[in-house]
Design a protein around this ligand. Structure first.
Ligand code: MCN
Ligand code: CUN
Length: 794
């Protein structure tokens, strides 16, 4: 079967209310911490207070003396079993519990297992650890400085703190284009660390059954099958003896893709003690130690012709990966899909160099609504576009429009080598400009300026790659990126669909049922969706990079079509005509020459179990594995207007317009929810969220007093537009991903708007977050404001 769009009759797509909300709104979801197992013990983790130190001694005697403490696991315990280190998803190793050194503040040092979680936590405090502090490195500049301490001296042959140097594009061609440019525009910025902050922290319950040797783990994971493979490697158990169950998840945002030491500790403790062991991370633990996102220094330039045509782009990036290189990303690419930058524009040539470094910070980089660093790529792109237009003295919208890939220019090869396939970029921009009242606003802005008021407008336009892979190019640790769906239609015509994805709030229980319903005419309420149990779900790579609809969703439609093909044979048998004489309309087959003579899909289902033709295998179920031919490329325009108070640096959003083209929308209401959530996060990153480190490597922002999560009160209103729909040409239902678009493209629109308001000052950049003091400093001092850590504490 091919993925070519099948003209299925229109049926089930639309703003259906989310099925899962019935239980969530009643507080009846089942999250990891809701699960109780008989005889369950509880784990708590002791974390390092220091960012870099030699571990001299870990004395657990006092903790062990507590009558209700069952075990204390330390790095030493694990080392004796060769389990102190675990493989990461980027082919590095990471300490499960520290042995030789601690390498970031919050690193896991010991794990106490006790009868209840409070005793476990108290006993952690009774553990006496002697540290010998070492010099601390908190940014890539310090990491490569002369005489810098080597953070990863555990790794043979690791002389310094550089993890990789990687490049992509055409260096020579780019050089030449720059030599021929009329104008060269430059921009340097830092995309700060940000934190996914799901409401539910990470957690697991490991339950090892000695009698069957089977290990069951309930776990907050976005990718249960990948975790099963990782556990098989760490615990040296065969895969069929491991069952990972990812129950309801209270938000993931990329946080829940990697393997965490806490998971591993609960598993090892359960094997050791032969009791179920629960570990639930607390909020500070999550903020301080869990996978972060971004922390990239971007520096680049654009070669331009006087009339505005972009000739070439050059980018240099430096990524701060923290103490372990553990990003979950396609193994072929060292810095994720950063080189998807500038895909929306027709640019002949580009070159990017990138360096990854270790620092004494929690590991991270790829997480938080990013599709593998696309967030940084698009942020730099759209900030650079604004700077270039300004240098040329061109209108922001006209400069973008002039350089857009045209509607008739697909498939299009991007400057770094991706292939985009569809879009109507100009049309989306038109809709956005009209909605914001572009020309009027520019007049208002002029007029306001003459009275000392600072108004600004920021545009961000981008296409981003969502839905890895195809399996030729995308793999994680060698496991190819494809996905799957299994569909079982019961004899009554009710059905269950399972996929290899695992939603964390995106509404899969609703949208997958809608896809089946759209393909087969079975009402969505008759279809149960189940994800996240490796014993029952077909193999898949999980939910991240907005890959569920592009890959697992495609598999759902393909498996439905397999079912329809078999149902057609059953219909021919029931109607006593040959298959060629059968026509399909949603939910029903009929005889072409006698349209009243027909059978429903439900009647076919019953026949599959009670009246199948001779020689036909009974039953109505199937599985589809889907390997997408390409990524999907949604397009978005975000336009923001702001007013900045010159006295205080405080800025208010006046209006935000979003025009998202994600192809066919299965459920427009869910899509809008995704966009609104993404814009709220984009606004938070641009305006208020700051999680940084002082010179000693202390995490500044390890609680919600310091790290701000916007509520409805802080979040401005957003105006969403859905009128532009460019179906994905290779996706079976024409859908493109949407889960990350607004968080990816949004931040640049807010930042561009504030800088546009400040255009008279000559300030080119203020690093996020644009806190009032920084904006005020830019206004009064008329210089760029860089927020690069370390924050000084003396
Ligand atoms: N959808 C649709 N029509 C389309 C595209 C998508 O109706 N053309 C629907 C989908 O069927 C799905 C939802 O929109 O119900 C998001 O789909 P998709 O773009 O495929 O993204 P994923 O389901 O793969 O979700 C992952 C994405 C990522 S990577 C992060 S990070 C993120 C995000 O989703 N984390 C989230 N959105 C989140 N939303 C919630 N509530 N919680 C998270 O943790
Ligand atoms: Cu990068 S966060 Mo989402 O792809 O799970």
């Amino acid at each position: 079967m091919t993925a070519a769009a099948d003209p299925a009759p229109d049926g089930a797509y639309g703003p259906v209310r989310r099925k899962e909300d019935a239980r969530f709104l009643r507080g009846q979801g089942t999250f990891v911490d809701d699960i109780q197992r008989p005889g369950m013990l509880y784990g708590a983790i002791l974390r390092s207070p220091l960012a870099h130190a030699r571990v001299v001694r870990v004395d657990t005697a006092a903790a062990l003396a507590h009558p209700r403490v069952r075990a204390v696991i330390t790095g030493e315990t694990l080392e004796q079993r060769k389990l102190a280190w675990m493989p990461t998803l980027s082919r590095d190793v990471q300490a499960v519990l520290a042995t030789d050194k601690v390498r970031f503040q919050g690193q896991e040092v010991a794990c106490v297992i006790a009868d209840d979680p409070y005793i476990a936590k108290d006993a952690c405090e009774a553990i006496d650890v002697e540290y010998e502090p070492l010099p601390v490195i908190v940014n890539p500049r310090q990491a490569v400085a002369e005489g810098a301490p080597v953070i990863r001296d555990d790794k043979e042959g690791q002389a310094g703190n550089v993890i990789y140097d990687w490049e992509v594009g055409d260096a020579e061609g780019t050089e030449q284009a720059f030599a021929e440019a009329d104008v060269v525009s430059r921009l340097q910025l830092h995309y700060p660390r940000s934190h996914p902050s799901p409401i539910e922290c990470c957690g697991s319950i490991a339950d090892f059954d000695r009698s069957t040797s089977k290990l069951t783990v309930y776990m907050t994971t976005q990718a249960p099958h990948i975790i099963r493979a990782a556990v098989a490697l760490v615990a040296e158990l065969p895969e069929h003896m491991i069952r990972i169950i990812s129950p309801d998840i209270g938000g993931g945002f990329g946080n829940k893709v990697p393997v965490y030491p806490g998971y591993v500790c609960s598993i090892l403790a359960s094997i050791l003690l032969e009791r179920p062991v629960k570990w639930i991370e607390d909020k500070s633990g999550n903020l301080i130690s869990t996978h972060f996102a971004r922390d990239v220094y971007l520096d680049g330039e654009m070669a331009l012709r006087r009339d505005g045509k972009i000739l070439a782009v050059r980018m240099r990036t430096q990524a701060d990966h923290g103490a372990f290189f553990s990003d979950a990303q396609p193994s072929k690419f060292k810095i994720g899909l950063m080189h998807s930058a500038f895909a929306a524009y027709d640019i002949p040539v580009a070159h990017m160099t990138t360096r990854g470094t270790y620092t004494n910070k929690a590991p991270g980089g790829v997480a938080y609504r990013c599709s593998f660093r696309v967030t940084e790529a698009m942020f730099f792109q759209e900030r650079m576009m604004q700077a270039a237009a300004q240098d040329l003295g061109m209108d922001q919208a006209a400069f973008r429009r002039m350089n857009f890939v045209r509607d008739d220019d697909f498939p299009h090869r991007t400057p770094f080598g991706f292939l985009t396939d569809s879009g109507q970029y100009g049309k989306c921009l038109d809709v956005g400009l009209r909605a914001i009242g572009y020309d009027d606003f520019r007049k208002q802005q002029e007029e306001a300026r003459s009275r000392g008021r600072l108004l600004g407008l920021g545009i961000s336009t981008m296409t981003e790659p969502l839905g890895a892979g195809n399996s030729r190019e995308y793999d994680i640790l060698g496991i190819k990126m494809f996905d799957s769906a299994e569909l079982k239609v019961h004899m009554t015509g009710k059905a269950i669909v399972r996929t290899g994805a695992r939603g964390q709030g995106q509404g899969h229980e609703t949208t997958w049922a809608q896809i089946v319903s759209h393909e087969l005419g079975i009402p969505a309420e008759d279809i149960v969706v189940e994800e996240g149990d490796t014993d029952t779900a077909p193999f898949g790579m999980g939910t991240y990079a907005s890959r569920s609809t592009p890959v697992a969703g495609a598999a759902v439609s393909m498996v439905s079509r397999k079912i329809r093909a078999k149902a057609r044979k059953l219909a021919a048998h029931l109607l006593e005509v040959s298959e060629e004489d059968i026509e399909w309309e949603l939910g029903r087959f009929y005889v072409r020459s006698a349209p009243d003579h027909g059978v429903t899909i439900q009647e076919c289902a019953m026949a599959a179990y009670s009246n199948m033709p001779d020689g036909m295998e009974p039953g109505l179920e199937n599985t589809a594995y889907y390997d997408p031919p390409n990524l999907t490329w949604p397009f978005a325009v975000y336009i923001v207007t702001v007013e900045v108070d010159p006295e205080t640096g405080v800025w208010d959003v006046l209006n935000t317009v979003a025009v998202d083209d994600c192809g066919v929308r299965i459920n427009p209401m869910i899509v809008e929810g995704q966009i609104m959530g993404g814009l709220a996060e984009a606004y938070a990153m641009a305006n208020m969220q700051f999680i940084t480190f002082d010179a000693e490597g202390n995490c500044v922002g390890s609680n919600y007093m310091d790290y701000m999560l916007p509520t409805a009160w802080e979040t401005p209103g957003f105006e969403l537009h859905s009128e532009v729909v460019t179906p994905c040409p290779h996706h079976p239902i024409g859908a493109k991903g949407i889960g990350e678009c607004a968080a990816v493209g949004g931040p640049a629109a807010f930042v561009n708007a504030v800088l546009d308001a400040l255009s008279e000052t000559g300030v080119r950049n203020i690093d996020m977050p644009l806190l009032p003091d920084r904006v005020w400093e830019a206004i009064t001092q008329r210089h760029d404001v860089s927020g690069a850590p370390p924050v000084r504490t003396d």
